[in-house]
Design a protein around this ligand. Structure first.
Ligand SMILES: NC(=O)c1ccc[n+]([C@@H]2O[C@H](COP(=O)([O-])OP(=O)(O)OC[C@H]3O[C@@H](n4cnc5c(N)ncnc54)[C@H](O)[C@@H]3O)[C@@H](O)[C@H]2O)c1
Length: 330
């Protein structure tokens, strides 16, 4: 698979669209970035350039932004999709908008190309019914910032041809991803199901008066967060002894929160207009300076954790075994 011969497109150039464009350009694809909203058309180039400047400063890329921009076309015209093999739709999380966008995309996209959505939570089986070629429609769920993170979920809807999922699984290795192929559609896909189970329990612990927001965050960072770049939940249980988990599950599972209501703690923040770091009001309170520094620190951290993650890929032990065999140490 030669990425230079696979023209791709991102439609919707907001927060995620711009970092996905950056990721695909770094991987070597010719990229058509479609920004039908005027403010996106005005801002996208600067946002993508800023990603490249940061990437250069942090050693993620070797060349200045202009080198990658040669492969980029930013346009408001859907007709520029005519040669694309893959589209990543990245517009706002709204079914009606996405449906309108698919019609415009499919008016120009070759019939044998793949159409994907970065939706966070709309079922792929629902979205694919709005398209002309459901077998070639998939979820492609990235995480921000897409050019530094190795996470990617590839989701098949009920009518997706699994071969298309397998193709994207192979191709996305070229994007620096360790992809997850979700073979059957399920609400929240994999990672959000895991994370929302944790968010619910975290909020419940705070609402129940067992710990503060600060303490729950500290517990996540220094237990779960400490090992998860190396080991997922199953590897973690293997590393630390499976029977203990079996014993604890019997006692603990019945006590975990299983409410289906949105908890009051988050509801109140949202009712009062809190957005988090974006407007300095969230579960934690921030001064404007603190909020800005959190954003900058998050960007800095994504580059540092990336270096550690590259040292410990999913097949780290297989690679070590191979090296040992080659050195005659096994
Ligand atoms: N932000 C995240 O961390 C994240 C993570 C995973 C998935 N997602 C998903 O990615 C998608 C985009 O999220 P985002 O965070 O980039 O949001 P965003 O609001 O930053 O970007 C959405 C963009 O869509 C554009 N848009 C609105 N109407 C449009 C239309 N009719 N045609 C074309 N473009 C239109 C907006 O102008 C905006 O730039 C959503 O479906 C979201 O759920 C976001």
């Amino acid at each position: 698979m030669n990425t230079q011969e696979i023209p791709v497109s991102v439609v919707g150039l907001g927060l995620m669209g711009c970092s996905i464009v950056t990721c695909l350009l770094i991987a070597g694809h010719p990229v058509v970035a479609v920004a039908p909203i005027p403010i996106d058309l005005d801002n996208a180039e600067d946002r993508i350039r800023e990603h490249f400047v940061n990437a250069l400063e942090n050693g993620l890329v070797e060349n200045p932004p202009e080198y990658y921009f040669k492969n980029l076309k930013i346009t408001e015209d859907y007709a520029d999709l005519r040669d694309c093999r893959l589209v990543v739709e990245c517009t706002i999380e709204n079914v009606m908008i996405k449906e309108q966008v698919y019609k415009k995309i499919e008016a120009h996209l070759p019939a044998d190309a793949l159409l994907t959505s970065n939706t966070s939570a709309i079922p792929i089986s629902t979205l694919q019914q709005m398209t002309e070629h459901p077998a070639r429609f998939l979820g492609l769920h990235w995480t921000e910032p897409a050019h530094t993170t190795r996470f990617l979920e590839i989701i098949c809807g009920n009518d997706t041809d699994i071969k298309n999922g397998e193709y994207l699984y192979e191709l996305s290795h070229k994007w620096g991803k360790e992809p997850i192929l979700v073979r059957k559609d399920i609400a929240g896909f994999i990672t959000n199901r895991l994370m929302y189970a944790m968010y619910r329990e975290a909020i419940s612990l705070v609402e129940g008066g067992y710990a503060t927001v600060e303490d729950v965050d500290r517990a996540c960072r220094n237990n779960t967060g400490y090992f998860m770049t190396l080991a997922g939940v199953f590897r973690w249980m293997d590393l630390t002894g499976v029977p203990a988990y079996h014993t604890v599950m019997k006692r603990l599972l019945p006590t975990l929160n299983n409410s289906t209501e949105v908890p009051e703690l988050i509801d109140k923040i949202v009712r009062e207009g809190g957005k988090g770091v974006a407007n300095a009001h969230g579960f934690h309170e921030y001064t404007p300076e603190e909020a800005k520094l959190w954003e900058e620190t998050f960007t800095e951290f994504t580059y540092d954790i990336r270096k550690l993650a590259l040292k410990y890929p999913g097949d780290v032990v297989k690679k070590k075994l191979k090296e040992k065999r080659e050195e005659g140490n096994l």
